[in-house]
Design a protein. Structure first.
Lengths: 280, 349
């Protein structure tokens, strides 16, 4: 649990994350907005329910680690890091601009709280395996949370890491796969099908919970169940089915929403829609 | 040579001696040459005794990269990652980010070709303290292109943050291991494994990261070399001395960062051709690095030649045959140097 703002409910956190993401999207007029809106509830639970960290000390040794494998979700993670107090709110207006600490694709060397350089998809789980081995080697009981996208399931390296995490009994690993069924060329399940995903993961020795990734209570329960796997010898995977554009109806309705452009006047409409939709 | 030509039946081999092909565990040492067993494995054990952050990792090639020596000495500090090179290097980055210093081993082909993006992004871009140690560099396997890393130096030279080292012998490998540990950041070392030749101890040689060393001097030709080609250049120089050809040998074990000052100083001595010898394709390795260095410095030697592997998929076969075929055996090196030192323009490319 974060040290800040115990009294702010998770849905409020999620809405603030969406708001931050929309404000960043407005800076560039386009981006991976729909993914950010879709994953905001998962990030709110991760940062304001599940994880331990110190906002003022992002590299605190006893923190839980968070790896963003799908670097293009940086806009979503920045939004959460801003809400968590790790990145100042004032940097929102620099998003994606020259010399900003908030580049469009997330990199470890640019941003406080960004633990890896993602973007070349399929890297995160392999790094997570190493970090989990390292934490166990140090006798730490901290966990490694890793977010990746359903499209990354196409990458062979993801399956190398899934196989090894089961083999090494990395029960300090909690991975979240965002199943929004959308990748660059179309619906993920038709680009390269990966279902039935939970059964595949269980066969590799993982503890799996599949939830509606926009149902905050369900996501919280899944994180709790995953955290309870400590000592079980099983890594955990939360398969989060999310709705791209969640919280902004006219973005939810868009069909081609992997990388979207939003007209200038629509940003205020989107922010207004968020508020109308309380609670998210 | 096209695949179709390779598929033709070989000419009758009657009366020819049958060369045994080089097995994967073979040493590159010549018969009767002084050797040391598994210098990397033993040096890593010595380092690990002093530095508790040191770990060993491999992708199912522990026995074939001399890492089994470490695994036996420190089983609890050894990670077998399976035959999964992308995972190996991603996980090495993760362990390094938690404060450890993994030495990750595989074959040079798999690190440079299969796992390149993983090394590029998770190790080099994140500037993680991972040491990459790879057997079968250049042409040190007779298995054909699947195992011949003819282009690894070109690929790793091009990668920002990466230190690249091509040691010559057991004496040098023993010194490179602690030197890599002293360097805080990613480093790639080409590994000679098994019974590794021992040569440079006789030259009073000491490895220094980023330093080239003149092992012998001579007015007739300057050979600039790295890795096992320094051994070949020294053997060739001994052979040529009988013909009154005196050859200088500048050993450049650190391919990156390159000791440009030493290269320019040695090449500035007028009248002798500069010959770069490397166990690597002539594209993108030490030869082109030296050529660019000299051009930038405005140094034009009497002539410039490259001894290296051709821009081709190399043949399978016995290593002595192949080293002769591609001009990197001591005898062939001596012949090339002699031709170039006599008249300048003659000899092979």
């Amino acid at each position: 649990m974060s040290q800040l703002g115990h009294n702010i409910p998770i849905p409020e956190r999620a809405r603030n994350i969406r708001r931050n993401a929309l404000r960043m999207g407005e800076v560039q007029g386009q981006g991976y907005i729909a993914q950010a809106l879709g994953i905001a509830d998962v990030l709110a639970v991760a940062y304001f329910h599940a994880m331990t960290y110190r906002p003022e000390e992002p590299e605190w040794e006893d923190r839980d680690r968070f790896l963003l494998s799908n670097g293009h979700y940086a806009i979503a993670l920045y939004a959460a890091l801003i809400e968590a107090g790790i990145i100042p709110d004032a940097e929102i207006e620099t998003y994606g601009s020259d010399d900003s600490r908030l580049p469009m694709s997330g990199m470890a060397s640019y941003t406080p709280g960004m633990e890896m350089s993602g973007g070349s998809l399929g890297l995160g789980l392999s790094i997570a395996v190493g970090k989990c081995l390292g934490l166990k080697r140090k006798g730490s009981d901290r966990r490694v949370y890793t977010l990746f996208s359903d499209g990354e399931l196409d990458e062979g390296s993801v399956w190398e890491a899934i196989m090894s995490a089961g083999h090494f009994k990395l029960d300090n690993l909690i991975a979240v796969v965002d199943v929004n069924n959308q990748q660059a060329d179309g619906p993920s399940t038709s680009v390269l099908g990966f279902e039935p995903l939970p059964q595949k993961l269980e066969a590799f020795g993982w503890f799996v919970r599949r939830v509606d990734g926009n149902d905050i209570a369900a996501v919280q329960a899944a994180f709790d169940a995953a955290r309870a796997q400590a000592g079980s010898g099983r890594p955990s995977m939360i398969v989060a089915d999310t709705l791209m554009g969640k919280g902004v109806p006219f973005l939810e309705a868009r069909e081609k929403n992997h990388f979207i452009r939003v007209d200038a006047h629509e940003w205020q409409l989107a922010l207004a829609a968020l508020d109308e939709g309380k609670p998210s | 040579m096209s695949t179709h030509i390779r598929k033709n039946a070989p000419a009758a081999a009657a009366g020819k001696p049958r060369l045994t092909t080089s097995a994967m565990i073979a040493s590159i040492a010549a018969e009767g040459q002084r050797t040391k067993p598994a210098p990397f494995g033993h040096a890593l054990v010595a380092l690990a005794r002093e530095n508790e952050r040191v770990l060993g990792m491999t992708a199912d090639l522990g026995k074939y990269t001399d890492l089994h020596i470490f695994a036996q000495a420190f089983p609890e500090r050894f990670h077998q990652m399976g035959m999964a090179e992308q995972l190996l290097f991603g996980a090495a980055s993760g362990l390094a980010s938690e404060g450890f210093m993994p030495f990750a081993t595989t074959y040079a082909v798999f690190a440079s070709r299969r796992a390149y993006d993983f090394i590029h992004q998770t190790i080099a871009e994140e500037n993680r303290n991972v040491k990459i140690v790879c057997a079968l560099p250049g042409l040190t396997s007779g298995y054909g292109p699947s195992h011949q890393a003819a282009e690894d130096l070109a690929l790793f030279r091009a990668m920002p943050n990466m230190v690249v080292i091509d040691p010559c012998d057991a004496h040098e490998i023993e010194q490179v291991v602690p030197a890599m540990a002293r360097h805080d950041g990613p480093a790639y070392m080409r590994l000679l494994r098994g019974q590794v030749p021992l040569v440079l101890d006789e030259y009073g040689y000491t490895f220094e990261l980023g330093k080239a060393k003149l092992l012998r001097d001579g007015p007739d030709a300057l050979v600039i070399s790295s890795g096992l080609m320094t051994m070949r250049a020294l053997e060739a120089a001994d052979l040529l001395r009988k013909d009154k050809v005196e050859v200088a040998v500048l050993h450049v074990p650190t391919i990156k960062p390159l000791d440009e000052a030493a290269i320019v100083a040695a090449a500035r001595k007028t009248g002798r051709p500069v010959i770069v010898a490397e166990n690597h394709t002539v594209i993108g390795g030490l030869g082109e690095a030296v050529a660019a260095t000299l051009l930038r410095a405005g140094v034009a030697p009497a002539a410039f030649h490259q001894i290296g592997l051709p821009d081709a998929f190399l043949d399978a076969g016995a290593l002595p045959t192949l080293h002769d075929r591609y001009g990197i055996s001591a005898e062939k090196v001596a012949g090339s140097i002699k031709a170039w030192s006599d008249g300048g323009a003659g000899g092979a490319a």
